[in-house]
Design a protein around this ligand. Structure first.
Ligand code: NAP
Length: 325
């Protein structure tokens, strides 16, 4: 099969396309013919050797995909060859075939195309837990989303809109903010050219009720300073490359709750996660929510797809269309 491979940690240029043997499913595992996969920022971090989990080289990158089951290993029940599925893994998805544990797969919702199914799981699960499980967002509340034009960002904008919140989207540049507006943002701040803290205050009045932050760096403290008393601040990641060190007196003085969430360990910390996933899939199937796909690349151009995300040029999700064999 053809696969993208990383032989040494580094920038996306380290990715090569190679012919390698098909993987075989072991006990409790399933082999899937991948139709589409999507890029997430953690793929870039893993490739650079900067992710929480390090994978020994050589490895096939890619943690999210859709496709058709080719073969089930011993002990697998409830899944069968020919069945369309979506899946998440730590790596392995940027290839014609992937082997994962059966629990990592979800039957594909009817009426959803391959690219949409592959671009949905990671970002929407992250957005869902941020807004619903952690921040308990209520209709009418202000939700400020940093990095709002990215994958996690636009999923959070989309879901917050469905939950009846007022969304303040913060991102860089008019083109990126226009997409946020089209996707339901009530107000926008170009944090590259405007003072984020001051504009958040002007727009929300008393301060935002909730901040969702996948960016970190200087923007995090500015957003925290414009989060209202008894507001909630959700930490998702550090796309800026900088983990902020924030004076905790800001949290104390305004009784702000700061919460973190990591999708990789969601089943460990949130036993109710499968029910939430079903809720999300229902919203996807009924067209209430859908991922914004900002670019589609063939497998041969996987390095370009990863570069788009690494260089801060991606809007929404970048998809790798693996196609049929
Ligand atoms: N906690 C979790 O479970 C979870 C799950 C998935 C992802 N994440 C994390 O969430 C973050 C976003 O992931 P994603 O897949 O949505 O990535 P993405 O699509 O690349 O979005 C990241 C956004 O961050 C902004 N940004 C600000 N400074 C940046 C910089 N120096 N370099 C790159 N981007 C910068 C960019 O928007 P502007 O250019 O408009 O500022 C970009 O749209 C990452 O840190 C990722 O590790 C966390």
């Amino acid at each position: 099969m053809r696969a993208a491979r990383v032989h040494g940690y580094g920038a996306p240029d380290v990715v090569t396309i190679e012919e390698i043997p098909s993987p075989s499913p072991g006990e409790g595992q399933v082999r899937v013919r991948v139709r589409s996969a999507s890029v997430n920022y953690p793929d870039v971090l893993m490739m650079e050797g900067r992710y929480q989990v390090s994978v020994p080289v050589p490895y096939v990158p890619g943690c999210e995909f859709s496709g058709v089951i080719l073969e089930t290993g011993p002990g697998v029940t409830g899944l069968a060859p020919g069945q369309p599925v979506t899946g998440m893994a730590t790596h392995g998805a940027f290839a014609e075939e992937v082997v994962v544990d059966a629990w990592q797969l979800t039957p594909m919702p009817e009426g959803i195309d391959w690219n949409t199914a592959a671009a949905f799981g990671v970002t929407y699960t992250t957005a869902y837990h941020s807004l619903r499980t952690l921040a308990h967002v209520r209709p009418g509340e202000w939700v400020t989303v940093l990095g709002a034009a990215g994958g996690v960002g636009l999923a959070t904008v989309d879901l917050a809109r469905v939950m009846g919140a007022r969304v303040l989207a913060a991102a860089s540049g008019p083109e990126r903010l226009e997409v946020c507006r089209e996707r339901g943002a009530t107000a926008c701040v170009d944090y590259r050219h405007e003072d984020l803290k001051a504009r958040m205050r002007e727009i929300t009045g008393a301060g935002t009720d909730v901040t969702v932050d996948p960016v970190g760096g200087d923007y995090a403290e500015q957003a925290l300073r414009s989060t209202r008393p008894r507001g909630r601040f959700v930490v998702l990641g550090f796309a800026s490359g900088e983990i902020p060190r924030i004076p905790l007196n800001l949290v104390l003085l305004k009784t702000i709750s700061v919460m973190g969430f990591e999708n990789r360990t969601v089943l460990e910390h949130f036993p109710e996660a499968p029910a939430h996933r079903a809720d999300l899939l229902r919203m996807l199937a009924t067209g209430q929510i859908s991922p914004y796909i900002g670019g589609v690349f063939p497998l041969a151009d996987t390095a370009e797809a990863l570069k788009r995300v690494a260089d801060r040029r991606a809007i929404g999700k970048i998809v790798i269309d693996i196609g049929t064999a």
